[in-house]
Design a protein around this ligand. Structure first.
Ligand code: SF4
Ligand code: SF4
Length: 590
């Protein structure tokens, strides 16, 4: 039966049909829905791991045990998992293992747009690049066969368009795959230098065999049409190229892109007059093909940054001007990204924004929006977990160079579990004195509300022990830990001021559920979540605009009326009510 599936759903289906029994991931756009869909198949044990390195190590352990396993992550997640990744190629697999890298050209929701195809080359993994949902499912199934036959982990490289676009997929039954027998094999699985040297030689042999496979596999196909133009492409870029050239060009469509099918490429190139390489982001294919002495046209015309589309290819290669819809910029209302009305982070950032001589090192999550106006309360944001460690570095540099600045690192609960904890250990161990604020909104917010070690539930919906952040911080030696309700501005202000005065590491935990969270009855009662909306007594408003400094999207301002609260958006968090110096914001009905 055919079903309309996104690429991410197709990965999950492919894993199910391949007899996978273990899958692990850390959520991250555009990969998040892979594990959310895998978890619907009860035959597969699936988990949100605290970070991508752990997820990959779980998948490696499962593979060594003999099971087919999957680890999924976004492109920057592979950076976190890179340590075990490189050694895994050496040890190889027992049960087949696929690692998903979901890249984000155009940075729809990422801090960079790195091209992870280079990881396959650097770590020496087999790599697959599907071009639509059906191929995604098929490639997963083929990937497990490659992984087991060639004793190698397979990198399945997707991009946002493949992950999130839908296409028809023919579903099949689940393959019955016996778990392979585990046999103790120290030379294979214990990567000491002596073993590693032998494993490296063995890996190079496996790559030679894989190149042979690459030359012969149906995953790398030639479509002969007009031979005046030849196009070599992979992934979603193939679809765009096909749309632009149709039957006016012949195509070498690469689905298996590391090791590259060099013989096939040479043969194809020798048959066409002009050869284009069309690929998104880096010249990964182009550089390799040029190194083979083949003349190609590519990145001198095709942009190196951002997503491609057929219009960009038409313009860059065929010099065809594409008609665009003229829009009246004056009619378009700017909608800068902002924290939701009632976001529990607002109170903390509002209070932090008033502090002078304080540097705020930020992190990846909804709270990165604390950097946006009017709060503008963030000086840095590098990668997951860096708020605490980069803050520590900033602090130490100031200390040794006699610069008078206090540093506050802000990090979410899930990100703290991901990689913030090691930074905090560093601060305690190396006698830093910066302030760490953990914004615990009781869920992994930015990626769409996934469970994490602090929420009390697993990905599979089972109740789980909740890691107590306070006790965790205590256990690593933080002496000063305060927990505040970030919607209570005076309590939050007092905690920040007290912590800034200290000369020892200090942690403030702002604990209040995300405004969009589906809260339990217990949480509704504990946090008083059934709040009434607020309203401005318009005749009394002094038009001072102080409430606008909260940045709440439920508040607007009109010159003749003053501030207005949209009751449909307002959740009654009371932050603006506390900010108004003239007490003209009230609860509805009071
Ligand atoms: S109470 Fe004020 S700050 Fe809170 S959601 Fe309503 S309008 Fe926004
Ligand atoms: S802070 Fe109060 S007085 Fe000032 S604009 Fe807002 S509602 Fe009006």
């Amino acid at each position: 039966m055919k079903k309309l599936l996104t690429g991410n759903e197709a990965v999950a289906r492919g894993a199910y049909e391949s007899g996978v029994t273990l899958a692990a991931a850390y959520p991250g756009t555009p990969s998040t829905e892979i594990l959310e869909n895998v978890s619907k198949y009860k035959e597969i044990y699936s988990e949100w791991s605290p970070n991508e390195k752990v997820a990959l190590e779980v998948a490696i352990g499962g593979s060594i045990a003999g099971a087919r396993t999957l680890a999924a992550m976004k492109h920057v997640g592979i950076n976190v998992a890179a340590d075990p990744l490189f050694t895994f190629a050496y040890t190889g697999v027992n049960g087949g293992c696929i690692i998903i890298s979901a890249d984000d050209p155009g940075m729809h929701s990422s801090q960079n747009e790195q091209d992870n195809r280079y990881y396959a080359k650097a770590a020496k993994l087999a790599m697959l690049e599907p071009s639509d949902s059906q191929e995604t499912k098929d490639f997963v199934k083929e990937g497990y066969r490659i992984s087991e036959e060639y004793n190698i982990p397979v990198l399945l490289r997707l991009t946002t368009r493949i992950c999130h676009s839908k296409g028809l997929v023919e579903e099949s039954n689940r393959e019955s795959v016996e778990i392979k027998q585990y046999e103790k094999n120290i030379p294979k699985y214990v990567a000491t230098p002596a073993n590693g040297r032998k494993l490296h030689i063995d890996l190079e042999d496996r790559l030679i065999k894989l190149e042979e496979y690459s030359n012969n596999t149906h995953l790398n196909t030639i479509e002969w049409n007009d031979k005046k133009i030849g196009v070599i492409s992979s992934g979603v870029a193939y679809q765009y190229a096909k749309e632009v050239f149709g039957e006016n060009a012949s195509f070498l469509k690469l689905g298996f892109t590391f090791p590259l099918p060099k013989e096939k490429i040479k043969n194809f190139a020798s048959e066409v007059e002009k050869l284009y390489v069309i690929e998104e982001l880096e010249p990964f294919l182009e550089t390799e093909i040029k190194a083979m002495g083949i003349k190609v046209i590519g990145k001198e015309y095709i942009p190196l940054t951002g997503e491609l589309n057929p219009d960009i290819i038409r313009e860059s290669l065929l010099n065809k001007k594409v008609e665009k819809i003229n829009r009246n910029e004056e009619m378009i209302i700017g909608r800068p990204p902002t924290m939701c009305a009632g976001c529990p982070h607002r109170g903390l950032f509002y209070e932090l924004s008033k502090k002078k001589n304080v540097v705020v090192t930020g992190d990846i999550g909804c709270y990165t929006l604390g950097s946006a106006p009017p709060l503008s309360t963030m000086d840095t944001c590098i990668c997951m977990g860096s708020s605490i460690s980069a803050g520590h570095g900033f602090n130490k540099a100031c200390e040794v160079n006699g610069v008078d600045k206090k540093v506050v690192g802000v990090i979410g609960d899930s990100t703290f579990f991901h990689s913030g904890i090691t930074g905090l250990i560093d601060i305690v161990y190396n006698k830093g004195n910066s302030v760490t604020i953990i914004l615990d909104n009781r869920i992994t917010g930015m990626t769409g509300h996934q469970e994490n070690p602090g929420t009390g539930y697993t990905l599979m919906g089972e109740e789980a022990p909740q890691i107590d952040i306070t006790k965790l911080c205590e256990s690593i030696g933080v002496k000063d830990i305060k927990t505040v309700n970030p919607l209570d501005l005076s309590e939050t202000k007092k905690a920040i001021e007290e912590s800034l005065k200290l000369d020892v590491p200090s942690v403030i935990i702002t604990k209040y559920p995300c405004v969009l969270k589906k809260s339990t009855q217990e949480e509704i009662e504990d946090y008083g979540l059934d709040r009434k909306a607020c309203v401005v007594e318009s005749t009394e408003c002094r038009k001072c605009k102080m409430c606008l400094k909260s940045g709440c999207p439920a508040i607007s301002f009109e010159q003749d009326k003053g501030s207005i609260i949209d009751e449909n958006m307002c959740v009654g968090c009371d932050v603006c009510l506390q900010i108004c110096p003239f007490d003209v914001i009230k609860k509805v009905g009071e």
